[in-house]
Design a protein around this ligand. Structure first.
Ligand code: NAP
Ligand code: G4F
Length: 320
């Protein structure tokens, strides 16, 4: 049996890809599952029998201490968060409890139980917000534009602080948007690929969206979890930007997704002012050259390959 890794957020998009990757490398994988009245394991159902799923919550430090004591992982990947930016305006306190203070609870549990544990924090390009520099790299100052972004800045700095205060092997991956067929339906890429597939199948006629001009650096989640593991394998802990270096607008996303299905997006997309955000992040594009140099990491799937993959999966799920 290889090393033991704990993944918080194992039921999420990234958690499912990371669990698959660690299993393929011989790890024993422990997944933190929060209690819900219905099960939320559809992304990991296919590997469930190879995982150890344990009950806990980022808002409950005792549950974190107890499971570190019981399973003694060598590595902890903190992927759990309230991760949807739009909801962070309607639930700012919950977002802060989980996405910000949850990081401190987990770091503190590590400090108390076993300070040798290697820790990965899921930081975000959303921290760059109203960007101070183009492209953004590890030295770009943060200017968050949402309660979620603010919470992630806290999570990032508390990770750096525990590294510097207590000598923990604590790292922060500043990941730009990454997507997949397992992406939640509320995020714009999946909303568009799923919506376009349903329109092509005659199941709906229109798709309501918000800001079509926002630009993102979209990569493939399966590539990005490789960078997380590589970060914890370094001799020294440090922080990395993970990105493709290419940026595209929501409008281009629509053109490509609908175009793949032979549809004209303008016949179907309706801009709904209710979906505009109180403050927007207009442009994100990352410079991942430190990761290329030090981790030998590069994105393998580009924007066009990613959207084609997602449209194909959504179409296949509808037509069988
Ligand atoms: P996701 O699909 O929304 O998954 C979030 C996970 O967090 C789910 O497993 C969820 O569990 C869990 N969770 C939420 N609140 C929790 C709590 N109080 N205690 C324990 N678990 C809790 O997110 P993702 O796209 O995989 O992203 C993974 C991480 O990377 C997140 O921290 C996100 O903020 C960050 N990130 C994502 C991107 C991206 O583009 N995907 C980019 C940068 C950073 P349930 O299934 O029970 O809801
Ligand atoms: O897909 P989104 O909701 O992703 P957003 O806000 O960039 O956040 C994602 O990426 C972050 C990394 O930068 C992560 F940290 C975070 O956890 C999450 O995974 O929205 C992307 C863009 C925004 O500018 C939004 O205003 O798409 C625009 N958009 C336009 N219409 C829409 C819609 N977004 C959503 N979700 N739904 C729409 O109808």
């Amino acid at each position: 049996m290889g090393p033991t890794a704990l993944i918080t957020g194992i039921t999420g998009q990234d958690g499912s890809y990371l669990a698959e990757l660690l299993l393929s490398r011989g790890y024993r994988v422990i997944g933190l599952l929060r209690r819900t009245s219905t099960t939320s394991i559809e992304r990991i159902g296919h590997i469930q029998d190879r995982l150890t799923l344990v009950s806990g919550d980022l808002t409950d430090e005792v549950s974190l201490i107890n499971l570190l004591r019981e399973f003694r992982p060598a590595e902890v990947y903190n992927l759990a968060a309230q991760s949807f930016v739009q909801v962070s305006w309607s639930q700012p306190v919950l977002t802060g409890e989980t996405t910000a203070l949850g990081v401190t609870r987990l770091l503190d549990a590590i400090r108390i139980v076993d300070p040798e544990i290697r820790f990965y924090q899921a930081s975000s390009s959303e921290m760059f917000g109203r960007v101070r520099q183009v492209p953004q790299d590890e030295t770009t100052p943060f200017y968050p534009r949402s309660p979620y972004g603010v919470a992630k800045v806290y999570g990032h700095w508390i990770t750096v602080n525990y590294r510097e205060s207590y000598g923990l092997f604590a790292t922060s991956g500043i990941l730009f948007n990454h997507e997949s067929p397992r992406r939640g339906l509320e995020f714009v890429t999946r909303k568009v690929t799923h919506g376009a597939a349903r329109i092509a199948a005659g199941l709906q006629r229109e798709l309501r969206l918000g800001n079509l001009e926002a630009r993102r650096d979209w990569g493939y989640a399966g590539d990005y979890v490789e960078a997380m593991v590589a970060m914890l394998a370094r001799d020294e802990p440090t922080d990395y930007v993970i990105a493709t270096g290419q940026t595209h607008s929501v409008r281009e996303l629509c053109e490509v997704a609908f175009g793949t299905l032979g549809l004209n997006w303008e016949d179907h997309v309706v801009v709904d002012p209710a979906l505009l955000r109180p403050a927007e992040v207009d442009l994100l594009v990352g410079d991942a050259s430190r990761a290329a140099r030090e981790l030998s990491w590069r994105a393998q799937v580009d924007f066009y390959g990613l959207i084609e993959m997602m449209v194909a999966a959504d179409r296949a799920a509808l037509v069988g």
